[in-house]
Design a protein around this ligand. Structure first.
Ligand code: UTP
Length: 303
């Protein structure tokens, strides 16, 4: 199975992150010293993806610009001898091919993916990575799905087990385990009530799909919340072509959720040896029961 493109939809409104996202895309909010979306693109590259397709809109041009050269800034950094920073900003411009397509109206994640149809043309499978979902580890998120998609020659989605009370935030699957951590998907339901959830296996923002998904998306009308849901079209794929779910290992942060976003910031800042000790000293008095907090071991290294 040949897979070189990752579609990253970034055309949502980001209402959960308002007012921060009134004029700044949610995907451009920083996690320590990089915007959220840069972590997602770096994960794609680690997984061997060569082209990134942003599904964007008129207010999100700054995302594409982030992955382009900024000649004026580079000249200033060069003239002032700031070579490390110069390298950091050039590296971002050179990390991957960027293609952009517009979703002119935010009609839902399923519709956003459909907007990429002409770019993902052909028989190749492709990845979908949500621009606000962060995954870390030795072989992060999408890499684990690509492995299974290639070996099984099937569409694959990433899932994690969530607490019962959180099922209503996610698409939930029911499946049959066919190998450790790999499930054949039987049914999917978007944001179910706790009492109606078929399991606690929640779909997270990583998918590797065959182009059949576009045929199912074309037939998918508005679903939960009046939006065209990718989860609804995935049911068509599960019924007709087969769909696997893989339990994703490693760390995960939903950058659209403030508690997770802020934890990710602290986590990454703590990885910087120049910042670690000072940050720990400054955080401890902010935590209630500071005496207990003295005992908290804050992490130094990413896995
Ligand atoms: P979310 O529902 O998490 O994002 O969609 P949102 O709508 O931007 O945020 P909230 O819920 O209002 O805070 C998941 C991903 O799908 C994209 C979003 O940009 C996000 O990365 N998306 C969603 C689109 O590209 N288009 C849409 O119409 C909807």
């Amino acid at each position: 199975m040949y897979i070189r493109k990752a579609v990253i939809p970034v055309a949502g409104w980001g209402t959960r992150s308002l007012p921060a996202t009134k004029n700044i895309p949610k995907e451009m909010l920083p996690i320590y010293n990089k915007p959220v979306v840069q972590y997602v693109v770096e994960e794609a590259i680690k997984g061997g993806i060569q082209d990134v397709v942003f599904v964007s809109n008129r207010d999100k041009k700054v995302i594409e610009d982030h992955f382009d050269y900024n000649g004026q800034l580079e000249r200033i950094l060069e003239a002032s001898g700031k070579t490390e920073l110069l390298k950091a900003v050039r590296d971002v411009a050179e990390m991957v091919n960027i293609i952009s397509v517009r979703q002119k109206r935010a009609l839902g994640l399923g519709h956003a993916v459909l907007c990429a149809r002409d770019i993902v043309r052909g028989d190749d499978a492709f990845a979908i990575m949500l621009g606000d979902d962060l995954m870390f580890g030795m072989n992060p998120g999408i890499g684990q799905l690509l492995e299974v998609a290639r070996s099984e020659n099937k569409s694959v989605i990433g899932v994690v087990e969530v607490p019962q009370e959180e099922v209503k935030r996610y698409g939930i699957i029911s499946g049959t385990e066919q190998a450790p951590g790999v499930f054949k998907v039987n049914s999917l339901v978007e944001k179910p009530e706790v009492s109606k959830a078929p399991s606690r296996m929640a779909i997270i923002g990583r998918y590797v799909l065959t182009p059949h998904i576009f045929d199912h998306l074309e037939k998918t009308g508005p679903g939960k919340g009046g939006e065209i849901q990718l989860t609804d079209a995935l049911q068509g794929l599960a019924d007709n072509q087969g769909l696997l779910a893989v339990k994703i290992r490693g760390m995960r942060f939903d950058a659209g959720n403030w508690a997770e976003y802020l934890t990710a910031n602290i986590y990454f800042a703590l990885q910087d040896p120049d910042l670690h000790d000072e940050l720990v000293q400054r955080l401890k008095p902010l935590l209630p029961y500071a005496k207990e907090a003295e005992k908290i071991e804050l992490p130094r290294k990413v896995e």
